[in-house]
Design a protein around this ligand. Structure first.
Ligand SMILES: [Zn+2]
Length: 273
């Protein structure tokens, strides 16, 4: 029984220096340093997928050669300025599956990091391929009853992908862009929501909210003259140790997040350089 279902026996489990991997959602507005945190502080080897948001090539200049040699960047971009076509979305999802298979299978990226940047755009592509056609079908048929079922296939893909990556032994990072909330009167001042699939907060083990505070006055929205410096702040929205929820790291690093989530130091210091 334990054999066929891959059970983990507590008695045989070595807790001495086992690397514990987890998945993580990095949330923040544009410019909050999500890609920076992921590419510059997470353990190598790293596979980074740019899902049409921002080209990550510039980060290669800021890395030591030792780190740069262990980083692979992929990029999916729409061909036209109008944005992604359904065919491009579909191709990008197929491409992502091929890349993940190539880099992760057989534990090839064990202990390293797989970055989906951004998870917001990935979810938009999934909706275009898996949800929009069903919605169009429903509209055409005049059926009003389908409701939440039209999201089922998209939700299964999100859950399946995150679970599969985790089982290959790599850390998984999904970045999520925060956008200003609107009501009937227009944008609501100071209120921002992450653009993510509704299951993601339950699927990931860690959620970190990133922002940039002014070094002089501490405000996240400072526009005062002469106030140039910014410091990155990461606030735990979710952590295995619930006493850390709400705690702020200045600046946040993967090393600190690992120690707080797992309860001991990251064992492979050389992979963080
Ligand atoms: Zn300021």
């Amino acid at each position: 029984m334990t054999e066929s279902y891959g059970a983990i026996r507590g008695a045989d489990f070595d807790t001495s220096d086992t690397l514990s991997t987890f998945s993580m959602s990095l949330e923040g507005r544009d410019g909050a340093g999500k890609t920076h945190f992921a590419l510059m502080t997470c353990p190598t080897p790293i596979v980074h997928i740019n899902f049409g948001d921002r080209d990550a090539t510039s980060f290669l200049y800021g890395m030591e050669k030792e780190r740069r040699d262990k980083v692979t960047l992929y990029s999916f971009q729409p061909k036209e300025i109008a944005g992604w076509t359904r065919k491009e979305c579909s191709d990008s999802l197929k491409g992502l599956a091929e890349i993940a298979n190539e880099h992760l299978k057989d534990g090839n990226l064990k202990g390293g990091t797989f970055i989906l940047d951004s998870g917001s755009s990935w979810w938009e592509a999934i909706q275009e391929v898996k949800v929009a056609p069903k919605e169009e079908e429903r509209m055409a048929s005049g059926d009003k009853k389908m409701g939440g079922l039209i999201y089922q296939e998209g939700n299964l893909l999100v859950r399946g992908t995150i679970g599969w990556i985790k089982r290959q032994g790599a850390f998984t990072i999904l970045t999520h862009t925060k956008k200003q909330r609107w009501d009937a009167q227009g944008p609501i001042q100071g209120v921002f929501d992450p653009q993510l699939n509704t299951r993601v907060p339950y699927l990931v083990e860690v959620r970190l909210d990133l922002r940039m505070d002014c070094v002089k006055c501490g405000s996240p929205d400072c526009s005062k003259g002469g106030h140039q410096g910014r410091v990155q702040v990461g606030r735990f929205l979710k952590c295995a140790n619930i006493e850390y929820v709400g705690l702020e790291l200045k600046p946040p690093t993967f090393k600190a997040v690992y120690a707080m989530q797992i309860g001991r130091a990251f064992p492979k210091e050389e992979e963080l350089r």
